[in-house]
Write a protein that binds this ligand. Structure first.
Ligand SMILES: NC(=O)c1ccc[n+]([C@@H]2O[C@H](COP(=O)([O-])OP(=O)(O)OC[C@H]3O[C@@H](n4cnc5c(N)ncnc54)[C@H](OP(=O)(O)O)[C@@H]3O)[C@@H](O)[C@H]2O)c1
Length: 380
């Protein structure tokens, strides 16, 4: 009995493994592009950094093996006999790996996210028919549908996408549905919104997406260099009532596993069940601006029509915040009734604590970490 996990070394994968290993899941094989020893060491140090209990660390040492594989290649770049052996041992698959770089080349995103999903599904198809398949998608497959209520069963690309990452994840979900229909196998599709850590991220734990936003604010602040001066207004293009759904990754990981357990006996062959792993309350832009004003008093951010006469910082924001800016027009919300029907009486997440986001600006309240490089720039 082996649970195969792709993306187990990433941000979400680490929390998922921490929750998985505190349950009785049997052996776990984590697929990573890294050399197996290094991948295992990365995984262990990430779990340690997250403060995983010793029983979980012990399980990670004893029950987790790492397999060097690249999902972007047919057969995952594994020798045929290794691919077959992995499929033969697999009772459950969690496909979490993805290229999550919003501004990446579309061909690169397609290869990791669409071809990668197809290649991972080929592994599932080689495994015994009862193998449970869990696919991590994103609530952002809703793309440019900026308003209204998104239902868990919705999968409609007609409004277009805010970026090529969303598009590649949308096409991956379509591929999952086609595969399920063709093979008669069932899949649980899990769509988290933007996942945030439960609190400040300790050194050694995989970085989260909003770290790049914080690092951009730090750069703006460094350029401003006029402490005590009146706040500088930065008019960002967006709807004043914009809101974004952010959910704590710890909650999302537990809820995914709970839902997966309850879905152990799928309702029918060839069924795709899609769940929104979202917070019951959206986070308003207004709330974010209040926090920003408290922690970064040099700037006062507003949302409205694009300014005709942008000042230096507005031009800076237009250039460097570009991957985030489309979301400043979003006022949609997500239905989660299917999730709740699977988790009756389940624990609900508390309000997202975003204070830690500004940790870079408050070295006295939080342990100071080096400013992250802005390599990855997207709500995913
Ligand atoms: N983070 C969010 O807010 C968020 C929100 C909604 C949905 N999601 C979805 O959740 C999943 C995990 O996201 P994340 O943010 O945790 O990702 P992440 O931190 O960027 O980690 C990506 C993971 O994918 C693996 N990976 C990437 N390319 C690979 C390849 N070609 N072959 C094998 N493994 C590969 C990486 O493993 P190695 O580097 O070890 O190879 C790493 O473990 C993704 O499907 C993402 O779309 C994330």
């Amino acid at each position: 009995m082996t649970v195969v996990v792709t993306g187990g070394t990433g941000f979400t994968g680490t929390y998922l493994l921490r929750s998985m290993l505190s349950r009785d899941v049997g052996d776990v094989a984590v697929l990573s592009r890294d050399e197996p020893g290094k991948a295992h060491a990365r995984l262990l140090s990430a779990l340690e950094a997250l403060g995983a209990p010793s029983a979980v660390l012990d399980a990670a040492r004893r029950r987790v093996s790492t397999v060097q594989a690249d999902i972007g290649h047919p057969g995952l770049n594994l020798p045929d006999d290794r691919f077959q052996a992995l499929a033969d041992s697999m009772t459950e698959l969690w496909h979490c790996a993805a290229d999550t770089t919003l501004q990446a080349d579309p061909a690169r995103l397609r290869r990791a996210n669409l071809d990668g999903t197809r290649n991972v599904l080929a592994l599932a198809e080689t495994a015994a028919p009862g193998t449970r398949v869990r696919h991590l998608s994103t609530a952002f497959v809703a793309g440019r549908r900026r308003e209204g209520l998104i239902l868990e069963g919705d999968l409609d690309g007609s409004a277009g996408f805010e970026n090529a990452y969303e598009q590649s994840k949308y096409h991956a979900e379509v591929a999952v549905r086609d595969w399920s229909c063709r093979t008669g196998r069932s899949v649980l599709v899990l769509r988290p919104s933007l996942m945030i850590p439960d609190g400040p991220v300790p050194a050694g734990a995989p970085s989260h997406q909003l770290a790049s936003l914080v690092s951009l604010l730090a750069r703006m602040r460094a350029v401003h260099r006029r402490p005590g001066a009146a706040p500088m207004t930065v008019r960002l293009p967006g709807h004043p009532d914009a809101r974004l759904n952010m959910v704590q990754v710890g909650y999302a990981a537990e809820a995914m596993l709970d839902a997966s357990t309850r879905m152990a006996a799928p309702p029918a062959e060839g069924t795709v069940t899609t769940l929104h792993l979202v917070h019951p309350q959206d986070t308003s832009a207004e709330h974010l601006w209040r926090l920003a004003a408290e922690h970064v008093p040099e700037f006062r951010f507003t949302l409205g029509p694009p300014p005709a006469d942008p000042n230096f910082f507005e031009r800076f924001a237009a250039k460097y915040f570009q991957p985030f800016l489309p979301f400043a027009w979003h006022r949609r919300s997500y239905d989660r009734s299917r999730l709740l029907s699977l988790l009756p009486g389940g624990r609900e997440p508390g309000p997202p604590n975003l204070d830690f986001l500004f940790a870079e600006f408050l070295p006295t309240r939080f342990e100071r970490r080096p400013v992250a490089t802005a390599e990855r720039l997207s709500p995913r």
